[in-house]
Structures are given as structure tokens and as C-alpha cells.
Write a protein that binds this ligand. Sequence first.
Ligand SMILES: CC(C)(COP(=O)(O)OP(=O)(O)OC[C@H]1O[C@@H](n2cnc3c(N)ncnc32)[C@H](O)[C@@H]1OP(=O)(O)O)[C@@H](O)C(=O)NCCC(=O)NCCS
Length: 224
Amino acid sequence: MSNKKETRLTAKDKRMIRKERQKMTSIAWDAVQKANEIDNPLSKFPAFTKFTCKNNDSVILSSHLVTNLDKEILEQIFHLERTNMKKFYEECEWGWHEKKKRSEMFDERARYLIVKTVDNKLVAFSHYRFDLDFDIEVLYCYELQLSSEIRRQGLGKFMLQILELIAFSNRMKKVTLTVLKNNSAALEFFKTMNYKIDETSPVDSALDTYDYVIMSKINPRLNV
Ligand SMILES: CC(C)(COP(=O)(O)OP(=O)(O)OC[C@H]1O[C@@H](n2cnc3c(N)ncnc32)[C@H](O)[C@@H]1OP(=O)(O)O)[C@@H](O)C(=O)NCCC(=O)NCCS
């Protein structure tokens, strides 16, 4: 005999589940707000403000609220973004929309991990935010961009590890990011860094296909 009746949720069960979900979202939102109170999450980790590339070049790292960056550096950041990504966007359905990209990148919630050479030249950046993603507290890595001359020197790995350190030390449950499927080098890089397809990543079907995947790394100290 079917035991369907026994597993059906009562109105009381549903209310309890709803309440539990609301409680979880409120805890998650508190964590995001708390993290967002910190202007410079890298200040706790001074050892991570310098890096020596595989070719022995030294670089300096710093983290900033977008609102504390001047126009000149913001334009350098945007230039690097366009140089690296325009072609990938144009190849897919998204297209390259400069105004839209600027408003995303210069949104007041944006934070930047910035990498400069010792003679003050911008060579890499990451745009990241603390946010709720499907009700889960995450560090969302919007961009990780290195100029071509500094790639394969271990810097991308170091930057991503810093984002993980910042995320997990501020009780975020995941580091989450979006990768275009046509960017095979980036897909390989994130796989090497143990990023997995996130449960929220859209799945292709006969009706819909997607040009991107959502990848994430879960905070090993917390259960999602
Ligand atoms: C993707 C990117 C961030 C990687 O940073 P990086 O500093 O070049 O990578 P690292 O030197 O730290 O590489 C670490 C490991 O990742 C893997 N990897 C990195 N780049 C790779 C590539 N192009 N192809 C295959 N594997 C790669 C390798 O296993 C590498 O280790 P190894 O060099 O010892 O073999 C950088 O190449 C970049 O900025 N690309 C252009 C912008 C971009 O695509 N950003 C990602 C948008 S989602």
C-alpha cells in the first residue's frame, strides 16, 4: 500500500519550513551586512599584499571599495576588462554593451582587488562583492582579469586564494562566479582551482541553451 499520506506535509509543517527558511535567509543577510561593514578585508592579511611571480617580478595587492577609487584607475580597470573580454562577449548571445558593463563594474557595491607593479602599473584586478545569491551568503567574483603579459605566473591562483580567504574568514558560504563557455582557458583555470559547477548553474535543454556556467567553491568550514 502507498504511504503517500504519511509523507504529505501538513499546513503546520509548511509553516515551520517557511519560518526556518526565513530564519536562514535572515542569518545569511546578517553575515552579508557584517562583511559589508568592512572597508578593507585584506588589512587583516598583510602577508597577502605582495606576490612574487614565477618570473621573479614583484607585484603589490590592495583591496578597495569602488567608491574610494579615482577615475583614472577606474578607466584603467575598464580598459583591461574590455581588452580581455569584449571578444568573448561578442561571440555569445550577451554581446558587448559598454554602458551596461560600466554600470555593473562601477556599481557602488563593487569592491576591487587591485594588482600593480612596483612602478605603479595596473596589471590585474578582481571585482568582487559580498552578496546573497539564491538566499545564500557568498563572495561573488564578478571579474578576475590579468593583463596578458602577467598570465601563467601563478598570480591568478594567488588572487583567487585571497578572495577565498576574504570570503571564508567573513563567513561567506561560497565563492561564486560566472564563466563563459567559450572561455576555455578560464574554465580550465577554475577547474584546476577546484571550482565545481554550482547547483544554481542553468542546465541546457532542447528548448534553452546557455552561454555560461556558474561555478563555485564551498566554504569547507560551513555546511551550505
Ligand atoms: C584565467 C586567468 C585569471 C588565470 O590566471 P593566471 O595567473 O594566468 O593563472 P595561473 O598562472 O595562476 O594558473 C594556475 C593554473 O591554472 C591552470 N591554467 C591557467 N591558465 C590556463 C590556460 N590558459 N589553459 C589551461 N590551464 C590554465 C594551470 O593548471 C595553471 O598552473 P600551471 O601554470 O602551473 O600549469 C588569466 O589567464 C586571465 O586573466 N585571463 C583573461 C581574463 C579571463 O578570462 N578571466 C576569467 C573570466 S571568468
